[in-house]
Write a new protein. Structure first.
Length: 74
C-alpha cells in the first residue's frame, strides 16, 4: 500500500505529457500503439516520453526510499 500510494503521488506530479504516456501504458496495461493513437502522437514520441517518465519516477521513488524491485508487480 505504501509503494502504491507513493507511485500514485509521483505519477500525479509528472508534467502532463509524460503522465499521459505513463497512465495508459504502465497503469492501465495498454499497448504503446493504442496509447499513441489515442494521444495523437507518433509511437516513437510516446516511447520517448515513457522512458523519460520512468527515469524521473525511478529517481523520485528512490529518493523516497523505494527500491525498483519493491515496485515490480508479482
Amino acid at each position: 500500500p505504501d509503494a502504491a500510494r507513493a507511485v500514485a503521488e509521483e505519477v500525479a506530479r509528472l508534467p502532463a505529457a509524460p503522465r499521459a504516456a505513463v497512465v495508459p501504458c504502465e497503469l492501465e496495461g495498454r499497448s504503446r500503439a493504442d496509447a499513441a493513437r489515442e494521444l495523437g502522437v507518433a509511437e516513437g514520441t510516446l516511447s520517448s516520453r515513457l522512458a523519460a517518465a520512468r527515469k524521473r519516477l525511478a529517481a523520485r521513488l528512490a529518493a523516497r526510499g523505494f527500491a525498483p524491485a519493491a515496485l515490480t508487480p508479482v
